[in-house]
Ligand binder design. Sequence first.
Ligand SMILES: Cc1cc2nc3c(=O)[nH]c(=O)nc-3n(C[C@H](O)[C@H](O)[C@H](O)COP(=O)(O)OP(=O)(O)OC[C@H]3O[C@@H](n4cnc5c(N)ncnc54)[C@H](O)[C@@H]3O)c2cc1C
Length: 473
Amino acid sequence: MNDTDVLIIGGGISGLSTAWWLAQAGVSVQLWGADNRIGGKIKSQQQDGYLTERSASLLMNFRPEVAQLVSEAGLDELKTQRSPQAESRRYLLNNGILQALPMHLSGMLTSPLWSLRGKLRLLLEPFIPAGGAEDETVSQFIRRRLGNEMLEKAIEPFVAGTLAADPDLASAGATLPRLTALESRFGSITAGVLTHKLLRRRTAYTTDTFSFRGGMNTLVKTLARTPGIQILSNRRVEEITPSKTGWSVTATTSGGERSLNATHVVVATQASVAANLVSEMDNELASMLNDIQYAPLAVLHMGLNRDDVGHALDGTGFLAPRQERQPFTGNLWMSSLFSDRAPEGKVLLTTYLGGTRQPEAANWHDSRLMDETLLALTPLLGLKGEPEMVRIDRHAQALPRYHGAHLARDRAITEQLQNLPGLHIEANYRGGVSVRDRIARGQQLAQRITSQLAVTAEKLPNLTVPPLSTKYR
Ligand SMILES: Cc1cc2nc3c(=O)[nH]c(=O)nc-3n(C[C@H](O)[C@H](O)[C@H](O)COP(=O)(O)OP(=O)(O)OC[C@H]3O[C@@H](n4cnc5c(N)ncnc54)[C@H](O)[C@@H]3O)c2cc1C
């Protein structure tokens, strides 16, 4: 008999949320993580009264299953909503000036951000025939449907600023799945949006943007405390080998090597680690995983006196298109987003540098990061004083790039895994990088594992699988 039904390798949100869904279905699950703490990239930190986030700052949710996890994990009362003023406005840097980005299509047609020609091109969208190859890039897709201005003044800054990717290389289907799905389902983005708007009146779940009291740490810590999940930190998995009843996994710990047998193993680590773990069993799979590249990022948090910032900071922050040639891709006004991020009378500004656009900036020395950022931000935000709090977080592998034939590669990974039944690979290079997508994908994987365990249990009556809760069938 195996030691556990499921062993999850990696304690980021991908591994944790899969563990949570499995535990809800009554499956015995262990999670081994290499670090001495849980959460992977997610880490909220307190410094001088400011609350900063090393990676994800918020959840932008429109998926009912994510709302279900938040609620059933007891997190509803700990949610902190994005403030209404931040909700209603976000800015774009345009010719050196911060301009409010329209939140609706009608606003785009009156906004000074787009030329008359750009606006007319937008209006043509419903008449452009559907088409485009599967490996079409974001730039090709947006230029084809919405024109170049829309690409340069909305999509490029979004893709570079929030995904650290390059729209000229990123796969449209993998990076903007909702937009490409609108085209393939409804023939045009406009028709799709209008249809959704009509249906939304009756059924839909609207977008909810939130974090938690204490930051995103609260999410990962709460999930980690779920009864039924056994978490062991400081266990770096070095080897996975097939066994008679599933998989044998070996990790190094401070007390030497530890091994365990599991019916199912979920590898929820970075792609290169997953590649190493499977290379002995399947070199082709390892090579596909090694093809997934990451972009580096530096995250610069600055705390300032409110009086030292001239701008009203009446929004989420701003993104900087590549044409603006700034040292950063964007600047978030964290204390405007959430009221608990800075002490009274202070503000917290977070700047993102590096990504695919300018990877070398992620490695700039601290003083250069500060100097270049302050030089650029000072005229934009009317800064008058030096920050009283500075923190810099660096990620050598911040976000996976969904570049090239990402969808085809992902399908090939799924096919290849069929030769290794009971072994699963699920992390942010598959199906979306956001915390929302990670939680949703965790549920889908947990459902697959749970039903496979039920089938195995019927064949092998000794297995410890409890009857499935009808909810997860
Ligand atoms: C700067 C930044 C800002 C972001 N902002 C947002 C945001 O606002 N909203 C949002 O939704 N998303 C955001 N994201 C994305 C999101 O934070 C990440 O995609 C997500 O947290 C990644 O989770 P993961 O579990 O897939 O990977 P990770 O968090 O990287 O977890 C992988 C885990 O595997 C472990 N591991 C590695 N090797 C081994 C081994 N051999 N044995 C055992 N364990 C191992 C690691 O220690 C780690 O804990 C942001 C990301 C970054 C970098």
